[in-house]
Design a protein around this ligand. Structure first.
Ligand SMILES: [Zn+2]
Ligand SMILES: [Zn+2]
Length: 358
């Protein structure tokens, strides 16, 4: 428990009071400089009260005020893109797909995807580097345009996933309470992929898992204005389509590919990290969960599919940990560091990697 608790990325419970003396004395390996420590140090030891072996306490679970409305909106966001995908498929079939739509897809997919991986995940959830407020806001906005929920809820769910990985309390484990055999496996994968979005029993409480972001005015603003950024993610491709194609029809085509199809693909790539990357692939490091590295998903997920590496070293800015492990998000962070836009980038030395290697 001690080792495990020291490596997850979750703040102590709000009611835990002061950090215990031994935790305060413990070297914080992810923030070795010790400077500018946030009140809640991710990667630091977590008081046992926050990680009961019996699972999460009620104050760790977020229950939406209007459960059915939440489910209806989630259903709409989940079901509409696949329905419109039929339209996109018919365009492909009839060779009506224009190069400009492919371009607009890529122009939207790359920045919003990086908004999720570099922004929502590596920066806001795990604090694997530091940056200016404006860049933090921009990354949060880009990630929000992926339409995966308000940013602080995203972070709270993901921190809870790390706190209870593949144990009771994990919001989206394919391995907990789904039964045995191939039926259990399929049920588990379906739950981890998309079913958990409709299940409010193990979501992360924002006050418990993301008090630092609730107190961050930039991130809290982006969180409050979730709808605005989601709609902007549709307006931009429409506008680009009109601009390049010169007609409303061209705008609607671009809205389909750069908006709807892009959201669909990014959703299912993200969902696959939660489902496939806890089920298929190789394990390089010893972790107490079922996380795995899934090579073929790495490029499309901007490096997030090196998920076993990530669970072994949650605060590392780099999920790819070898020359053959392509990690586009890591490349972006290293580039931003080189030009001075980000700093305190967390790296895991060869010695620490070797200590956990299988
Ligand atoms: Zn995971
Ligand atoms: Zn993570």
């Amino acid at each position: 428990m001690g080792t495990y608790a020291a490596e997850i990325a979750v703040p102590p419970p709000a009611d835990a009071g002061e950090r215990p003396a031994d935790a305060a004395d413990q070297p914080d390996e992810q923030h070795a400089d010790g400077a500018e420590q946030p009140a809640i140090a991710l990667g630091a030891a977590v008081p046992a009260a926050g990680l009961s072996a019996d699972g999460p306490s009620p104050n760790e679970i977020r229950v939406p005020v209007l459960k059915n409305l939440d489910r209806a909106i989630t259903g709409l966001i989940t079901a509409v893109p696949p329905l419109l995908l039929v339209l996109a498929g018919s365009q492909l079939w009839n060779r009506e797909l224009h190069w400009r739509d492919v371009l607009i897809f890529a122009l939207l997919y790359v920045p919003t995807g990086l908004g999720v991986t570099v922004g929502l995940h590596r920066l806001l959830t795990h604090r694997s580097f530091k940056t200016y407020a404006w860049l933090r806001g921009l990354l949060a906005v880009l990630g929000t345009m992926a339409v995966e929920g308000p940013v602080i809820s995203w972070v709270a769910d993901h921190r809870k996933h790390h706190a209870y990985s593949d144990r009771f309390g994990d919001p989206h484990s394919p391995h907990v309470d789904h039964g045995g055999g191939w039926r259990g496996a399929l049920r588990g994968l379906a739950h981890a992929h998309v079913g958990w979005l409709f299940d409010h029993s193990q979501r992360g409480a924002r006050e418990r898992f993301a008090p630092d972001l609730l107190a961050d005015p930039v991130v809290a603003f982006v969180d409050r204005t979730f709808l605005l950024w989601s709609l902007l993610g549709l307006a931009i491709p429409f506008g680009l389509g009109v601009l390049i194609g010169g007609t409303i029809g061209a705008g609607l085509d671009a809205l389909l590919w750069g908006g709807v199809v892009r959201i669909f693909v990014l959703h299912h790539v993200t969902y696959s990290i939660n489902s496939l990357c806890h089920f298929f692939g190789r394990r390089r490091f010893a972790t107490s969960d079922h996380s795995r590295n899934l090579l073929w998903l790495a490029p499309l997920s901007f490096g997030e599919a090196w998920h076993n590496n990530h669970h072994a070293f949650p605060t590392s800015a780099f999920h790819g940990m070898g020359p053959a492990e392509v990690d586009p998000s890591g490349i972006v962070i290293a580039t931003l560091e080189r030009v001075g836009l980000v700093w305190d980038v967390q790296r895991i030395g060869a010695e620490r990697q070797a200590a956990k290697a299988l």
